[in-house]
Design a protein around this ligand. Structure first.
Ligand SMILES: Cc1cc2nc3c(=O)[nH]c(=O)nc-3n(C[C@H](O)[C@H](O)[C@H](O)COP(=O)(O)OP(=O)(O)OC[C@H]3O[C@@H](n4cnc5c(N)ncnc54)[C@H](O)[C@@H]3O)c2cc1C
Length: 484
């Protein structure tokens, strides 16, 4: 994966300080946001990032003039009043965002539906489509919005108590009888990585209401530009960064963290450390498990989220992609098979044409398959090849002449995602979004070590770019409040 922007580089070695107020491990979106707020607050901050570019899952790469987004396809809450919008305003970052309208499509073998960008309109359309469930639909969304507000404001409330231990499937069953309606309201489960029978009701609510109320957006120039905008602001505030600098150890004197050891053997002291990386690696690899046993046992029991297969296609001019709607293409024929394979398709060049050479287009696919983990590289190679063919064959149903238009083809598996970001098994969303791993059950940003904090999708509030922006911002506030 190559940098899309040449001014993204490490701080000159001669300018580095011998000691930092805060070291942030990992330049994912949460790490960058946290670091930017701390640098804005006058702290001496150093980010250490293992990759040659910042962004984690929010990066892009170029192949033959096509600029592909590596993982993230759109971002919630980028409007004026959304979390990302407010974060960017507070940091003084200017960026154009394109609202996605309609927000999505859900395509099932026997029916399809367009999800409008406006929540009220969505409710009306569902009520018109399922008149017998009219009142239940109203009730369901009233509850959903109330629940969203309560989690957003971090309130202790009855509605949270009612749903905190429920799966989304249980919540749906309590409201609805109509199977097709339940399939529609479950159709976006890919955004949290678990089907309704396993997904937390709170997790699904946070994701759906965030997109439906605060909108889904595509950042001008793609996701690397989004990352680069935060990166540049951090540098403007006087922050330092070392790319290609994996942290191998958090130096710990038995009471507090005193710095980090980087892969070149260099030890950098710091007053405080924020880890934006895989929580399991933070505690078991970087701290070598030197923590209270109950905490480590809890970690051992936690489960990471699923991973995905990704296909990146650059296609030549003269191809008609109008039938390839942005959204989820499910194989499920009823609610009992909703957890089966799906693919999520987007054509980002319809929003931002200059991501591809003139008149050419990009097709981007995220695919979920239950197929398990493969032990050796040969198996992975054949899995990747098989998934590539299978996905192109599925696309062919909507774009019959696709094969003859493919100019660039690349793919990524969970192994690729893990290689570039060190998320265990390429976990897309940190810990799986089950009831026992979300809300107050997700790891706290405060750790058993007083001056070590977590930020990102392995901690609260959860996965997705908007949520990790909120995490990074929240952790920076926590640190600033406790600085004295
Ligand atoms: C295929 C896919 C599609 C997705 N689509 C969307 C989407 O459309 N919208 C959305 O909102 N969310 C999406 N997500 C989820 C979203 O990308 C993540 O939840 C979010 O980006 C996580 O951000 P983060 O800051 O927690 O960390 P990460 O993005 O995981 O970044 C962690 C960073 O730490 C670095 N690092 C790791 N170990 C070390 C070390 N030892 N030393 C130094 N650096 C280290 C990594 O290189 C990386 O840069 C998607 C995820 C995937 C996988």
């Amino acid at each position: 994966m190559m940098p899309s922007n040449r001014c993204i580089q490490s701080t000159n070695k001669d300018s580095l300080y011998p000691y930092y107020d805060v070291i942030v491990i990992g330049a994912g979106i949460a790490g960058l946001v946290c670091a930017a707020f701390l640098a804005k607050g006058g702290k001496k901050v150093l980010i250490l990032e293992q990759h040659s570019i910042p962004g984690g899952y929010c990066t892009s790469f170029k192949r033959k003039g096509f600029n592909f987004d590596a993982a993230v396809h759109h971002i919630g809450g980028c409007g004026k009043w959304g979390i990302v919008g407010r974060c960017f305003k507070t940091l003084g970052i200017e960026m154009d965002f394109y609202p996605l309208d309609p927000m999505d499509h859900l395509i099932f073998p026997h029916f399809s539906i367009e999800i409008p960008a406006d929540l009220d309109e969505y409710i009306v359309r569902l009520q018109e489509r399922y008149p017998l469930e009219r009142d239940k639909i109203k009730d369901f969304f009233r509850n959903f919005i109330k629940l969203y507000r309560a989690t957003f404001n971090n309130e202790k409330s009855q509605i949270i108590d009612r749903y905190k231990d429920q799966t989304y499937g249980e919540m749906l069953n309590a409201f609805f009888k109509n199977e097709e309606l339940k399939m529609i309201l479950s159709g976006q489960w890919g955004y949290i990585g678990l089907p309704p029978a396993q997904a937390s009701a709170i997790g699904m609510c946070q994701m759906m209401i965030n997109y439906l109320k605060d909108g889904a957006f595509f950042p001008a120039g793609g996701t690397q530009e989004f990352t680069n905008a935060i990166f540049k602001k951090f540098i403007d505030f006087g922050g330092h960064i070392m790319l290609k600098s994996a942290v191998k150890q958090i130096l710990y004197d038995g009471k507090i963290a005193i710095g980090v050891k980087v892969e070149d053997g260099n030890e950098i002291p710091s007053k405080l450390i924020v880890s934006n990386i895989d929580a399991y690696r933070t505690f078991f690899e970087l701290l070598q498990g030197k923590l209270p046993l109950p905490f480590l046992q809890k970690l051992e029991e936690m489960k990471e989220s699923c991973s995905f297969f990704l296909l990146y296609l650059g296609v030549s001019e003269g191809i008609d992609l109008s039938k390839l709607k942005r959204g989820f293409y499910h194989t499920a024929t009823d609610m009992s098979s909703i957890e089966d394979e799906w693919m999520y398709v987007s054509v980002p060049t319809t929003i931002f044409p200059t991501l591809a050479p003139a008149n050419k287009q990009i097709i981007s696919v995220v695919a979920y398959t239950k197929e398990g983990k493969y032990s050796d590289d040969e198996c992975w190679k054949s899995f990747k090849e098989c998934m590539t063919q299978r996905t192109i064959n599925r696309l062919e149903e909507y774009v019959p002449d696709i094969k003859k238009h493919i100019e660039v083809k690349d793919a990524a598996t969970s192994k690729t995602l893990e290689r570039y970001t060190s998320n265990t098994n390429g976990a897309a969303y940190g810990w799986a979004v089950t009831a026992d791993q979300i809300w107050e059950n997700r790891l706290s940003p405060k750790t058993p070590i007083d001056n070590l904090y977590l930020t990102g999708h392995w901690t609260r509030p959860g996965p997705g770019v908007c949520a990790v922006v909120s995490s990074g911002w929240g952790v920076a506030n926590l640190i600033m409040e406790n600085w004295r």
